[in-house]
Design a protein around this ligand. Structure first.
Ligand SMILES: Cc1cc2nc3c(=O)[nH]c(=O)nc-3n(C[C@H](O)[C@H](O)[C@H](O)COP(=O)(O)O)c2cc1C
Length: 338
C-alpha cells in the first residue's frame, strides 16, 4: 500500500473526526515535538522524495515542492518539514503585532470537493516572537537544510494607510532568517488587505520594502489573489517589475465559492481542488505577460495538477490543502511522477 493510501485509510479518518482547527493543531504539535527528537526526524525521513534540484533567485532547492504559507504560521516545526522532504518551507503569514484572528470555527472541510474554506484572519505570534523563535532555532544548530521563505502581512488594527510601516516592522525583524520574503497582499480575511494590490498602494508598499532591502538584498516576492481582473494583473506585474520584485506567488485562496453547495457555504477563502484551474490560468497569464518567475499555489494534489502548473510556466510549487487530504506521501508521489 502506498503512503498516500495508508494516510487516507488510517490517519486521515482520525484527523477528520476532529474539528479542522483541532486536527491542525494536533498535527502541528506532533511535528513540533518531532523537531526536537532525532529518532522522530529519522522516522519522518522515510517520506523523503528523490532529489530533483532546482536553483531560483540564486537559492538551491532540493526539489520544487514547498509548504505553502499558513500551515506553520509561527515557524514552530521547521526541522520536521525538512525531514518530511519539502523542497522549501514558507512560514507566516506573520504580522507586526501578535493577533488572535477571527472567532472559531474558522476552518471548514469539504471532502467531496477536496477543498477547505478558512477565515483565520492571520492568527500569529507576532514578528518579534517569531524572530526570537527562529534565532533560538539557529543557535541550537537545528536550522533546516532547505530554503525558508517568510511571508508577512498587515496587522488587523493597523489602518490600511499605514500598511507599509507595519510590513517594514516585520521585515526588519525577520529578514535575517529568510531566504526570500513574501509580501502577502491577497489574503481575503483581513479587511481591505487586497486593496494593497491596487496600483498606487502596491507601488508605495513595494518601494518602501525595497528601500529597506538595499543592504539585505533578499529576494522579495508578492503573493496575489486569484480573483483579480486581467487588467489589474498586468498593472501588478508592471509595478513588480519596475521595483525589482523577484517573483510572484500565484495564488492565494479564492472568494469564488461556486464549487460549494450554498447550504454548506461559509465566508472565507476557498482552497484545494476547486482552485486548481483558476490558479493555473493565473500562472499562464503571468508568464505570458512578464518574465517574473512564478511559485504556483492552488489545488496541487498530485502529479497531474503539479505538471499542469509547471507546464503553465511555474518554477516552483507549493501545497497546502492537497497535503491535508493526501498526507506526507504526496511529495514522493509528485516528485517521482514529474
Ligand atoms: C487554513 C489555511 C490557512 C492559510 N493561511 C495563509 C496565510 O497565513 N498566508 C498566506 O499567504 N496564505 C495562506 N493560506 C493560503 C495557502 O498558502 C495557499 O496559497 C492556498 O491555500 C492555495 O493552495 P492549496 O489549494 O494548495 O491550499 C492558507 C490556506 C489555508 C487552507
Amino acid at each position: 500500500m502506498s503512503a498516500t493510501d495508508t494516510y487516507a485509510r488510517f490517519v486521515r479518518p482520525i484527523l477528520f473526526s476532529l474539528p479542522p482547527e483541532t486536527a491542525h493543531h494536533l498535527a502541528l504539535r506532533c511535528l513540533r515535538a518531532a523537531s526536537h527528537l532525532p529518532f522522530a526526524l529519522r522516522a519522518l525521513h522515510s517520506f523523503q522524495p528523490p532529489a530533483r534540484p532546482k536553483t531560483l533567485f540564486g537559492i538551491n532547492f532540493p526539489n520544487p515542492i514547498g509548504l505553502a504559507a499558513g500551515f506553520d504560521k509561527n515557524g514552530v516545526a521547521l526541522p520536521a518539514w525538512a525531514a518530511l522532504g519539502f523542497g522549501f518551507i514558507e512560514i507566516g503569514t506573520v504580522t507586526a503585532k501578535a493577533q488572535a484572528g477571527n472567532p472559531r470555527p474558522r476552518i471548514f472541510r469539504y471532502p467531496q470537493q477536496e477543498a477547505l474554506i478558512n477565515r483565520l484572519g492571520f492568527n500569529n505570534d507576532g514578528a518579534d516572537v517569531v524572530a526570537a523563535r527562529l534565532r533560538s532555532l539557529r543557535r541550537s544548530g537545528r536550522w533546516p537544510g532547505i530554503p525558508v521563505g517568510i511571508n508577512i502581512g498587515k496587522s488587523k488594527i493597523t489602518p490600511i494607510e499605514e500598511a507599509a510601516d507595519d510590513y517594514l516592522l516585520s521585515f526588519r525583524l525577520l529578514r535575517e532568517f529568510a531566504d526570500y520574503v513574501v509580501l502577502n497582499v491577497s489574503s481575503p480575511n483581513t479587511p481591505d488587505l487586497r486593496t494593497l494590490q491596487g496600483h498606487g498602494a502596491l507601488d508605495r508598499l513595494v518601494r518602501a520594502v525595497q528601500k529597506e532591502n538595499q543592504a539585505s538584498r533578499k529576494p522579495i516576492l508578492v503573493k496575489i489573489a486569484p480573483d483579480l481582473l486581467l487588467s489589474d494583473l498586468e498593472q501588478i506585474l508592471a509595478t513588480c517589475e519596475e521595483n525589482g520584485i523577484a517573483g510572484i506567488i500565484a495564488t492565494n485562496t479564492t472568494l469564488d465559492h461556486a464549487a460549494i453547495p450554498t447550504a454548506l457555504d461559509q465566508a472565507g477563502g476557498l482552497s484545494g481542488r476547486p482552485l486548481r484551474g483558476k490558479s493555473a490560468e493565473f500562472v499562464r497569464a503571468i508568464t505570458a505577460h512578464s518574465r517574473l518567475p512564478v511559485i504556483a499555489s492552488g489545488g496541487i494534489s498530485g502529479v497531474a495538477s503539479a505538471k499542469e502548473k509547471l507546464e503553465a510556466g511555474a518554477q516552483l510549487l507549493q501545497v497546502y490543502t492537497g497535503y491535508v487530504y493526501r498526507g506526507p506521501g504526496l511529495l514522493r508521489e509528485i516528485v517521482q511522477g514529474l
